[in-house]
Design a protein around this ligand. Structure first.
Ligand code: HEM
Length: 79
């Protein structure tokens, strides 16, 4: 199976900085809604559940990584 070689953390840190540290939990929440809806439409079963759970974990950790990078002045101010 092909192995993923990208780095979402590096990508997301750059995007958040570019947008004045404006990426918040609301954006990850929206991302998860779209992901869950797509998985639910197309798949079912154990792997579908795993795909949802993996995204939920990733949204959490990716948001935390962004949060630690944010300047103190914006921490807690993004939704
Ligand atoms: C759980 C939620 C998310 C997951 C699993 C996810 C996953 C990924 C992955 C795997 C990449 C590719 C990294 C690479 O190839 O090096 C990526 C890139 C990116 N993500 Fe996310 N992402 C999530 C949420 C978000 C959110 C909330 C935003 C913006 C508000 C966002 C914006 C971007 C952008 C702009 C890129 C770079 C695309 C490019 O280089 O062409 N992502 N993401």
């Amino acid at each position: 199976m092909a192995k993923f070689k990208g780095n979402p953390t590096v990508a997301h840190l750059a995007v958040d900085k570019h947008h004045d540290y404006g990426i918040g939990q609301i954006h990850f929440g929206r991302w998860l809604q779209v992901w869950f809806a797509t998985i639910t439409d197309l798949f079912e079963g154990e792997n579908a559940d795993k795909a949802k759970e993996a995204a939920r974990r990733m949204a959490h950790t990716q948001f935390m990584v962004l949060w630690y990078q944010k300047p103190d002045s914006v921490k807690g101010k993004t939704a």
